[in-house]
Ligand binder design. Structure first.
Ligand SMILES: Cc1cc2nc3c(=O)[nH]c(=O)nc-3n(C[C@H](O)[C@H](O)[C@H](O)COP(=O)(O)OP(=O)(O)OC[C@H]3O[C@@H](n4cnc5c(N)ncnc54)[C@H](O)[C@@H]3O)c2cc1C
Length: 469
């Protein structure tokens, strides 16, 4: 089923969810929560407009959202990346459903392999939930990152730092712990909970994958608090930079003895399955992240181009050249995702991106993102971090001065220019840069993968042949 953004919001508001912001329990209309809901609602609206974003699913015999679909072909992956890129451009923030898509496309092959190895029924359990997800057009997210405590210690030395089983019952398991940095989890219908890392023998109690639904008791969501979030609480029309869709909003998800029935447990105390889930997820997310970054870079490029015009600098060659470079970075990052889709592989009936290319997408994407933020900051001048507020512009006494002093090109009013300035402030000072660096795993994780996967031998051989060594 394909539902509208409005239907998603109505369903979400029927949930009795424990969300906290700045020390207070809040609802879905809170200024820090609403932009997340708006962003997810937009994913529904965009899917309605484009057939490529709503493929036909054999599993349920109807059209489903692209982000709830198990990819079967390179074209499926490419359509997913196009959807993500467009969402990033239009939202200028996270679409929040992408980790859910990665979880679906990781659990599908991993649970199949697990059943083939052990004769269990994890895949059927997963398919039963997936059917519900597709039939109801649920918004899904995935929570991997544990709080991890002292990074030198193993999980057994600090159980609370990792989500773990506190009780095993006939009808399910009881889990405790917390996941940190969770994008959009508070506004999802389904939260997949996956492992943060691989585990060694003896650490089986942490080797888990399961799903949390709105009716589960003991789950709390604690919102991030950044300068952008404070600005949203301060109010205004555009002072916060990205007024409709907000910052890349994350939260800590706390599990206080949460009961999960067996039908929603997809990996239980199995070290090999954890490794499979993690590998599929990480590759899928890093590759989608490359397409997503391309969309973010497109948004920054649009902002940079508008700023040049608002300042009357649009004909300065050295500044225009930076726009060309920004476009080049975006296309290169996107092309890596498309290449990884084309050069991908079949895993138990699902189409997965090329592993080397996906990890390269993360590295190139982060470097490109950095470069583009620098270009944007360069083009904009210092004003994104020094400008007065929209409230000053609207102040009875100050207004007439600021209307004058904040205006530049004749083609833009002072207010229009200030909107662009605030949008650029949002891009350069919000959670985006750290999100680009660490989302999907820090760059070091990708580099380790690349070192492990790289065929250095054949490269060495080619050089040896060339040099007659
Ligand atoms: C905006 C944003 C959104 C995110 N969204 C999600 C989400 O939706 N779901 C989710 O599960 N996660 C999410 N993440 C989490 C992301 O995956 C993590 O930030 C990332 O894996 C790094 O973990 P950490 O932040 O805990 O860093 P830390 O573990 O504290 O690491 C800090 C640095 O030290 C390095 N490091 C750590 N341990 C070692 C070691 N033993 N040896 C060498 N180097 C080491 C890391 O590579 C990193 O560079 C998000 C993060 C951000 C910033």
């Amino acid at each position: 089923m394909i539902i509208s953004g409005e239907e998603y919001v109505k369903r979400l508001k029927s949930y009795d969810r424990e969300i906290y912001a700045k020390g207070e329990k809040v609802d879905f209309d809170h200024p820090n929560v609403k932009p997340v809901v708006n962003a997810i609602a937009y994913t529904y609206e965009l899917a309605k407009k484009n057939d490529a974003y709503k493929p036909y699913s054999d599993l349920v015999g109807e059209e489903v959202n692209r982000l709830n679909y198990v990819n079967k072909t390179p074209e499926d992956l490419i359509a997913r990346y196009d959807y993500q890129r467009e969402l990033s451009l239009r939202l200028a923030t996270c679409n929040y459903r992408c980790t859910g898509c990665d979880a679906i496309n990781a659990l599908y092959p991993a649970t199949k392999a697990l059943d083939e190895r052990l004769g269990t029924d994890y895949h059927q359990r997963f398919l039963s939930l997936l059917k519900e997800i597709q039939k109801n057009d649920y918004a899904c997210t995935a929570a991997l990152t544990d709080t991890k405590g002292d990074r030198k210690k193993r999980p057994k030395e600090q159980r609370e730092a990792y989500v773990h089983v506190v009780e095993k019952r006939d009808d399910g398991i009881v889990v405790s712990g917390a996941k940190i940095h969770q994008s959009g989890a508070l506004a999802a219908d389904v939260n997949f909970v996956l492992p943060t890392q691989t585990f060694k023998e003896g650490e089986e109690e942490f080797a888990l994958a399961f799903a949390v639904l709105p009716e589960d008791e003991g789950v709390m969501y604690v919102l991030q608090n950044t300068g952008v979030q404070a600005k949203f609480r301060e109010g205004g029309e555009f002072e916060m930079g990205n007024p409709k869709y907000g910052d890349r909003t994350t939260c800590m998800v706390i599990f206080d003895e949460v009961f999960i029935p067996w039908e929603r447990v997809f990996v239980f105390e199995d070290l090999k399955a954890v490794r499979d889930v993690l590998t599929y997820f990480a590759i899928s997310h890093r590759c989608a992240g490359a397409a997503c970054k391309a969309g973010f870079i497109d948004s920054m490029t649009g902002a940079a181009s508008l700023m040049l015009k608002a300042n009357g600098l649009e004909n300065v060659p050295i500044l225009r050249q930076k726009l060309g470079e920004m476009v080049g970075v975006s296309e290169a990052t996107y092309a890596i995702a498309i290449g990884a889709a084309a050069k991908g592989y079949d895993a138990k009936g699902s189409w997965q991106p090329n592993q080397l290319m996906a990890n390269a997408g993360k590295i190139v994407g982060v470097e490109g993102f950095n470069k583009v933020i620098m270009h944007l900051a360069d083009i904009a001048g210092g004003i994104p971090v020094t400008a007065p507020s929209e409230f000053d512009l609207k102040n009875e006494k100050l207004g007439k001065y600021l209307q004058n002093y904040l205006k530049a090109s004749e083609d833009f009013t002072a207010e229009e220019r200030l909107k662009i300035i605030k949008f650029i402030e949002f891009w350069v000072t919000s959670s985006h840069l750290l999100g680009a660096i660490h989302g999907g795993g820090s760059p070091a994780a990708s580099i380790i993968f690349l070192q492990y996967l790289a065929d250095l031998k054949s490269r060495e051989e080619a050089v040896k042949n060339n040099l007659d060594l």
